[in-house]
Write a protein that binds this ligand. Structure first.
Ligand code: BJW
Length: 231
């Protein structure tokens, strides 16, 4: 592959074969749980116990999961591009750490990280592997019950947007893997790439909501399509 700068956007589909549920597929997380009661700041304010229970379960599941061949292939691609002076900009919507555990060195989490917690009193963010509760004190400022998962809920500002848009516009290829193209602003990146004449490729199990924005699509499980794309 001769391309130097590749922008990869991953979604829940890349972690599906690691046993972590996607959101919008049949049987997905949002078919079993109401996102408006769990993934909004209003839901957390109304019932923090329920929201903590949900994210405690998700955190435990994420820690038990292992990276799959799709995560590993992206880590190899990063190493290869870096060795020849290029760059893989890996933007994940996932809150798990499977890219990092597969060996990816630079990972940008637009929707935050489950294995980090943030203090709503003093703003401190720290690595977090334990369950959270309404009693958990903030290690930085001591305020009780102020810790929340450092993830991005609906209506909240996604993270690292300037760096993401900058990398997107500098890329020679945009690849979306395992994402339904339903959640903005990430769902709009394919259209933005297209607008700037950057080639676009979708690797997904089935056609995404924004499928029309991609010049090329390969349908199939990420554990097969991602290593094949690099071969
Ligand atoms: C496989 C596979 C296999 C399965 N192999 N593939 C414009 C228009 C309309 C609405 C909006 C808009 N702009 C903003 C909004 C509002 C809102 C939004 O987008 N709502 C939509 C529902 C319409 N967006 C927001 O509120 C965002 N904030 C925001 O916009 O701030 C304002 C602002 C932004 C920018 C500039 C200025 C102002 C925040 C969104 C936060 C999303 N949070 C969540 C939860 C995170 C914490 C948690 O994990 O609980 O993020 S929701 C959930 O969806 C999670 C995901 O990251 C995200 C995307 O889901 P993803 O990854 O695409 O998963 P699925 O399940 O949808 O798709 C999986 C795909 O994989 C499927 O296609 C399968 O086929 C495939 N697949 N197995 C390959 N083995």
């Amino acid at each position: 592959m001769d391309i130097q700068n590749i922008f990869v956007l991953t979604g829940a589909g890349i972690s599906a074969e690691s046993g972590l549920g996607t959101f919008r597929d049949r049987g997905g997380v949002w078919s079993r749980f109401d996102p408006m009661k769990l993934a909004t700041p209003e839901a957390f304010a109304a019932d923090p116990v329920v929201v903590h229970d949900f994210y405690n379960m998700r955190r435990r599941d994420a820690m038990k999961a292992e990276p799959n061949p799709a995560h590993a292939a992206l880590a190899r691609l990063e190493a290869e591009l870096t060795a020849r002076g290029g760059r893989l900009f890996l933007c994940t919507q996932n809150v798990d750490d499977l890219h990092e555990r597969a060996g990816s060195r630079e990972v940008v989490h637009i929707h935050g990280e489950l294995l980090k917690a943030r203090c709503t009193a003093c703003g401190a963010v720290q690595a977090w592997r334990e369950d959270l509760s309404v009693e958990t004190p903030c290690p930085s400022c001591g305020t009780r019950g102020s810790m929340r998962p450092d993830v991005v809920w609906f209506g909240e500002m996604p993270k690292h947007l300037d760096a993401i848009e900058d990398a997107l516009l500098k890329s020679d290829l945009f690849v979306a893997i395992g994402t339904s193209g339903a959640v903005y602003p990430a769902a709009g990146y394919a259209a933005q790439a297209r607008e700037f004449a950057i080639p676009t490729l979708a690797l997904n199990l089935e056609a995404a909501d924004n499928a029309g924005m991609f010049a090329k699509t390969r349908l199939g499980p990420a554990s097969e399509t991602v290593p094949a794309f690099l071969a």
